[in-house]
Write a protein that binds this ligand. Structure first.
Ligand code: NAG
Length: 403
């Protein structure tokens, strides 16, 4: 689900506050592409939190938001290392993090990202997507993806490739080209083949297809699912998987989606897709369960396990690929405690299922989370705070792999 900020979802979310002249206390008042009010109601001051988010905080409560936060909020206490524990006690291949090229200029951030006792796997958040890699037809740019893969390799970390085909962050030339079905198939083959070939031998797993379903389990409608018709279909998925397998026979090939954490129409649709791909002999190795969740609304451990096992019973592995657990700001000690429980629930459910190979968080620090830029008034979704200090959520992760 993570999008660059200038997307239709962000635009839709940002439309809401347009009619309001001033943001309320605790409301958003700035950030990249923020189009709402930049002044706060009397008694509040607009305080910068990160490039995507500024917030109206009570006036006189401190010079920075982190000064306010760190005085009142509990931090993590565990000294164990998340990737080490995931492998040794959790029996997993990795605990990992997404990252993105802009934050690689932050040396403190990079030092922690590169610590392979904390993170054994890296996912490039944006730099392998279509708009970044084939911005014009046949013109491929791999520079930013190379930067992330080089860093991961230098630090002895696995890499998850992300992604060959997604309805979002597609290059404009694809969607507006009025191509017929056979040309679209060829465009997709060329894109996946070239992308996966470029990093062949370096990638643990590829999210070949991202987010093929709507939340009700129907097939998402976009240029590739509509190729040659008016009813969305899943034929493009076979094209992409076959091209990816040929380009890098050793990479595990995944389909990745959100809201498939527990049983429901979308999870059922994904399981049916796996069954039909397997029946047709199409290569499919894994399902990525993104895990963009909300504090206090995480399914029970039993519900997660039952759903994870429904996938692994079909002969695919699974991974938690984009975990973050967001809350309505501001953070409180109670919300941090609930978030610790929620991270523990997801990680311990993955531990309990043999075919769940690893857990990836969608960046590790709130400083670079996508959440505040897309979900107005929400954030603090990650186990490290804005100052790269561990939160109780980190202890929840460690306990989840340990117990
Ligand atoms: C599809 O478009 C291509 C390129 O314009 C053309 O060569 C081809 O004949 C078309 N195929 C069909 C079935 O219309």
């Amino acid at each position: 689900m993570p999008l660059r900020i200038a997307t239709s979802l962000a635009a839709a979310v940002a439309l809401l506050p347009l009619a309001i002249a001033q943001s309320p206390q605790w409301g958003q008042c700035g950030g990249q592409t923020w189009t709402g009010p930049t002044t706060c109601v009397t008694g509040s001051t607009c305080v910068y939190q990160n490039p995507y988010y500024s917030q109206c905080l009570p006036s006189g409560s401190g010079t920075t938001s982190s000064a306010v936060a760190s005085a009142a909020l509990p931090t993590g206490t565990s000294t164990a290392k998340s990737n080490t524990v995931a492998k040794t006690l959790g029996g997993k291949l990795y605990f990992g993090s997404a990252t993105d090229n802009p934050e690689l200029s932050d040396a403190t951030y990079v030092a922690k990202l590169g610590d392979n006792t904390l993170f054994g796997q890296i996912t490039p958040g944006n730099s392998m997507k279509w708009d970044s890699t084939e911005p014009s037809r046949g013109v491929f740019t791999f520079t930013n993806g190379d930067t992330v893969t080089s860093l991961a390799k230098k630090n002895g970390q696995l890499i998850r490739g992300h992604t060959c085909v997604w309805y979002n962050q597609l290059a404009g030339w694809v969607t507006s080209g009025n191509f017929n079905a056979s040309t679209l198939t060829s465009i997709l083959q060329t894109h996946c083949s070239t992308l996966v070939s470029h990093w062949a031998g370096q990638i643990y797993s590829w999210d070949v297809v991202n987010e093929p379903f709507n939340d009700d389990g129907t097939v998402r409608s976009f240029v590739f699912s509509l190729a040659g018709g008016t009813v969305p279909n899943l034929n493009y998925i076979t094209t992409a998987l076959v091209a990816a397998r040929a380009a890098d026979p050793k990479a595990k090939l995944y389909i990745n989606d959100y809201n498939i954490d527990s049983a429901g129409a979308k999870s059922t649709a994904m399981q049916n897709l796996v069954k039909s791909l397997k029946a047709a002999g199409t290569p499919i190795d894994g399902i990525g369960i993104q895990g963009h969740l909300i504090v206090g609304q995480v399914p029970s451990k039993a519900a997660l396990i039952a759903n994870y096992q429904a996938f692994t019973a079909l002969g695919v592995e699974i991974a938690i690929t984009e975990l973050d657990i967001r809350m309505t700001l501001p953070e409180t000690p109670a919300l941090r405690a609930q978030q610790q429980t929620d991270y523990n629930t997801v990680v311990s459910a993955c531990k309990a299922v043999t075919g769940c190979v690893g857990v990836t968080i969608w960046d590790y620090t709130d400083k670079y989370s996508w959440v505040p830029g897309v979900f107005s008034g929400q954030g603090a979704a990650l186990p490290w705070d804005n100052n790269l200090v561990i939160k109780p959520a980190y202890d929840g992760i460690i306990a989840g792999f340990t117990n």
